[in-house]
Ligand binder design. Sequence first.
Ligand SMILES: Nc1ncnc2c1ncn2[C@@H]1O[C@H](COP(=O)(O)OP(=O)(O)O)[C@@H](O)[C@H]1O
Ligand SMILES: [Mg+2]
Length: 578
Amino acid sequence: MSRKREGLRDFFAHYLPLYKGYKKEVTAAVVGMVLTSAATGAIAYMVKPLMDRIFIEKDVQMLYLVPVFIIAAFVAKGLGTYMQSYAMSYVGQDVVRKLRDNMLSHLMYLGVDFHQKIHSGELISRINNDIERIQVAISTQLATFLRELLTALVLLGVVIYQSPRLALYTLIIVPMVAFPVDYLSKRLKKLSHRSQEKNADLLQRLSENFANYEMIQSYNAQAYEVERFRAFNRSFFETNMKTVRVQLMITPILELVAAVAITIFIILGGREVLIEGTMTTGQFFSFLTALSLLIDPVRRLSNLYSRFQNAVAAHERISQMMGETPSVVSGTRPLDTIERLTFEKVGLRYGQKRALEGIDLEIVKGEVVGLVGDSGGGKSSLVNLVLRFYDPTEGKVLLNGVDARCFDLQALRSRMAVVTQRVYIVNDTVLANVAYGDKAPNRKKVEEALKKANLWDFVASLPEGVDTILQENGANLSGGQRQRIAIARALYKEPDILILDEATSALDNKSESAVMETIYRLKESLMVLIVAHRLTTVERADTILVFEEGRIVCRGKKEVLERDCEAFRQLYRKEKGA
Ligand SMILES: Nc1ncnc2c1ncn2[C@@H]1O[C@H](COP(=O)(O)OP(=O)(O)O)[C@@H](O)[C@H]1O
Ligand SMILES: [Mg+2]
C-alpha cells in the first residue's frame, strides 16, 4: 500500500512540474473547474427557492426567474467542463508527444545489446500503450480528479448548509453506496486486464498467420491454423462476456443502493419537515438533490485511485527504459580514415556466454580477409566488435594503433560499411535506399555503386530507374536483388572497412563472382572482411581466418591452410559432401 502511494508520489513529482510550461492552459482548466463545481452546487441549491417560493409561497415571479437560473447554471457547467477538459487534454497530448519523441531518440541510440535483449514487440507496446496510459492520467484523470473533488466539496457544503443534522447521516450512508460499487469495479478491472491479454494473443496469432501464409498454404495447414485461432478467439469471447456480466451489474446495483439510501433520507427528512418542523420543504429537496448529485463524483473518485495505479506502473516501465544508458559510449577523438585494424588478446562474452577468446589480429588497408568456420564459431561476434556494437570484454580493438573506444562513434561508423543477410529496404526510391543516411544523395555515385554491385542493368530497366519506389521490406525484389541493393549501399559509403557477413548467400554463383570481382578491384583503398558460408567466396583472400568455438585456430592463404590446417580441410570436406 505504502509502496503504491510512493509510486503515485513519484509519478506526480515527475509530471506535475511539466505543467509549468502550460500556464495558459492550466489557468483555463482551473477557471473551468471552478465554474463547473460552482454551477453544480448552484443547481442543487436552486431547488430550495424552487420549492419554497414557487410551490409553497406560490410566487409567480419566481416561477419565471428560477428556470432562467437553472438554464444559466447548466450552460456554465457545460462550458466549464469543456474548457477544463480541453485545456487538460491539450497539456496531456502535448506532454506525451514530447515523451514519444524522446523515447524513440533514446531507444535509437541505445546499444545493439539492448535491442537484442528486449523484443521489438515489447518496445512498440510500451511506446504505444504505456504512453497512452500516462497521457490519460495526466490529462483526463487528473482533470476529473480535481473537478470531481471540488464538486463533491461544494455539494457537501450545500448538504451541510441545508441540514447539518441530516448531513451527519450521509457519513454513514455514502460509504455504504461506495463499497459494493468499488468491489465490482475492482473485479471489472481484473477482467478487462485479462481481456487485453487475450486480445494481444489473438493479434499475435493473426500476425503470425499472415506473415507465414505461404508456409501455411504449402503445408496445407490452413485448417490447423484456423482451429488454433478458434480456440483463442473463443477464450477471448468468454472473457469478454464475463466482463459484460459484471459491467452490466454495476449500474442497477448502484441505483438500488442509492434508492435505499434516498428512501432512508426521505423518511428522516420527512420527519423533520412534517413532524418536527425543523426544515422547510425546499431545504429538504435541495438537500436531497445535492445528495443525489454527490453519488457520481464519489463513485468517480473512488475509481480513480486504481486507474492512476495503471499510469504509475506504465511510468515505472518507461522510466526504467529511459534510464538505460548506451553500453557503448562514444569517444571524442576525430577519425578521418582507418589505415589499420588491430585486435589485441580480445575476448567477448554475452552475459555468461563466451563468444570470442584470445583473438590477435592485424589488418591493413588493401587486405581482404576471409572468416570461415562452423556456425556459432564467433565470426559475427568479431564483426560486432569492429563496428563497436559491443566492446570487448577483454583486450583491445585498435584503429590506427589507438583504442577504438577513443574515437567519436559516429565518425567510426561512417568509415565502415556492413552488409549482412538481413537487408533493410526502406519504402522509398532506389536512390534513397542506396544513399541511405546521406542527406544529399549523389546520383552519379549511386549509379556507380549500383554498377559495382552488379545491379545497374536491373535498376535501369525499371520504369523510373533509380527513382522507382521500392516496397517495404523489398517485397518487389528478389532475395539476390535485395542483397545487391545492400552491397551498393555499402559501396556508396566509400568505407575504409567493408564487412560482408554472409552477404552473398542469396546470390547465385555468377552474381557472387561479379560482386567479388568488384571488391578485389577496389581492394587497394579498402580493408575487406568477408564472412563466407562458401569457401569459394574467400579462396582469393589474402588471409583466411578459421574460427572454432570463439578462437582462431588457423590463419593464412588457402594453399597454406589446405596443407597445414586440419580444421580447414574438415570444412572443405563438409562443403563438398553437402
Ligand atoms: N546477442 C547474443 N547473446 C548471447 N549469445 C550470443 C549472441 N550473439 C551470439 N551469441 C553466441 O555467441 C557465439 C558466437 O556467435 P556468432 O559470432 O554469431 O557466430 P557465427 O557468426 O560464427 O555463426 C554463439 O555460440 C552464439 O550462440
Ligand atoms: Mg554469423
